[in-house]
Design a protein around this ligand. Structure first.
Ligand code: ACO
Length: 431
């Protein structure tokens, strides 16, 4: 329990509130008793200054541009090149898996990579060109219809089994979504391939020709998934926790995460970045026009892939992805004119007072699309790839929430500013 107290003075009353500290020294004032004991609530409309939980999963220092998973700095994952599956295990279970644990997890993923035929048939009733994020959210939600044994969370083994199904099947769902949108036959997963290679195989192989997945492509996708794997209490994770707080099952909660991620201010920004870069490339706008439009307060346009609620410094994920773009294009012996445009936009923005004063830097979405494009992934699948990457984080956060007996339903309050008591008027008596 906290020894430190903050003092809140209101009228002639002094209220003492406990202060908690995190591992890295961040301090938070506990306001949970304010309403019941003093009739007061706090006002923080977009939760910009509210810690909704204590968490041991991911640490971010937005001022310094630091991101760590379970204490491990992000840059170490770039250097050590672990498999995405290993990082998923780390996030969900709190430590790096040993060889046996990793093998067991891999085997379980292979065992569950196929979709239940009932779920697979759902693709036939959805429009082929339906938005991939709508399909993903629906399919994850529908998994609850086929795996009822996981609807209650009782023990870690069940969670392990459910997590393996979700992480494995989500890439099959994603690949089948793309295949159907192109009128191509579904390609079944190949258990002999690693996670990312298997996904690329399902995306691009033909029944009569196996797609050759290069090491560069596999490594780049693996890195992208790892960089997206968790980001503490971001909007979609918060959606997962809000739904999870009602004791709704893991599938329902993760489906909510997909819906929240879809928005252009969150994961959907990677699509918007690409549209912006393509717009410049095809001559609609010049880089400086974009900068000026983003600065114009009367224009809703934003420089997509720039700015972040928490980072007031270069997003460490963007830094790694930018360097990775150079490596990948050199290895693939190709280039993309959009990369040069992105670099120019970044340079101009970082020298512009508007962006400097507001501490707006490139975020994870600024360079990820260029890499995905180099792999042949179509733009409307970018946010789906983000969701595949973020899934372990959602599962880890859902598990942490459920493992904590002190967790309560998330139910904020409001400041009511509507009518005072008003009388109901009969329909015949209204103007
Ligand atoms: N372009 C132009 N201006 C911006 C941008 C941008 N990309 N981002 C922030 N600003 C401005 C705001 O207009 C505001 O200006 P003001 O102080 O004059 O009103 C100021 O910077 C602060 O921005 P807020 O919107 O208050 O910051 P918030 O924390 O609410 O929003 C967000 C963060 C949504 C990411 C925002 O920066 C944005 O819209 N960026 C573009 C979309 C994007 O790239 N989203 C992906 C984020 S990463 C992720 O979710 C995975």
């Amino acid at each position: 329990m906290s020894e430190e107290k903050a003092k809140l003075q209101l009228d002639d009353q002094i209220i003492e509130l406990p202060v908690y500290s995190g591992t890295e020294g961040e301090r938070a004032i506990d306001v949970t008793r304010l309403h019941d004991e003093y009739g007061l609530i706090t006002f923080d409309p977009s939760l910009a200054n509210t810690a909704i939980c204590r968490s041991e999963i991911t640490y971010i220092d937005g001022e310094k541009g630091i991101l760590r998973y379970r204490g491990i700095p992000l840059e170490q994952f770039d250097r050590a090149k672990p498999n995405f599956i290993e990082v998923a295990w780390l996030l969900i279970f709190g430590r790096l898996p040993n060889k046996t644990e990793l093998n067991d997890f891999r085997n379980l993923l292979c065992e569950h990579e196929l979709l239940h035929e009932g779920l697979r048939n759902q693709f036939q009733v959805l429009p082929a060109k339906a938005p991939p994020m709508a399909i993903l959210s629906a399919m994850i939600s529908m998994m609850a219809c086929y795996y009822e044994e996981f609807l209650a969370y009782n023990d870690e083994q069940l969670l392990f089994e459910a997590a393996a199904r979700l992480i494995s099947k989500v890439r099959t769902i994603a690949a089948f979504t793309y295949r159907r949108s192109e009128g191509l036959p579904f390609i079944y997963p190949d258990p002999g391939l690693r996670y990312c290679a298997n996904f690329l195989h399902m995306m691009f192989s033909l029944p009569y020709r196996q797609f050759e997945v290069t090491t560069e492509m596999e490594d780049a996708l693996n890195l992208i998934l790892i960089l997206h794997a968790d980001h503490e209490q971001n909007c979609s994770t918060n959606a997962v926790r809000v739904v999870g707080s009602t004791h709704a099952n893991l599938f329902a909660s993760c489906s909510a995460g997909v819906s929240a991620l879809w928005g252009p201010l969150h994961g959907g920004a990677n699509v918007k970045v690409m549209e912006m870069l393509e717009g410049i490339y095809h001559g609609g706008m010049k880089p400086q026009d974009c900068i000026e439009a983003a600065k114009d307060r009367t224009n809703p346009f934003r420089l997509f892939g720039f700015g972040h609620r928490v980072y007031k410094n270069y997003d460490p994920r963007a830094k790694i992805l930018k360097a990775s773009c150079d490596r990948v294009f050199a290895n693939l012996k190709t280039s993309d004119p959009l990369l040069a445009i992105a670099r120019e936009l970044e340079e101009r923005a970082l020298q512009d007072n508007y962006f400097i004063e507001r501490k707006l830097y490139p975020n994870v979405d600024f360079y990820s699309g260029i890499l995905l494009r180099a792999m042949g992934i179509p733009t409307d699948m970018f946010t789906v790839i983000f969701a595949i990457g973020r899934l372990p984080g959602w599962i880890a956060q859902w598990k942490e929430q459920h493992d904590n007996p002190a967790t309560k339903i998330i139910r904020p309050r409001q400041i009511y500013v509507g009518n005072s008591t008003t009388n109901y008027v009969d329909l015949n008596d209204r103007n």
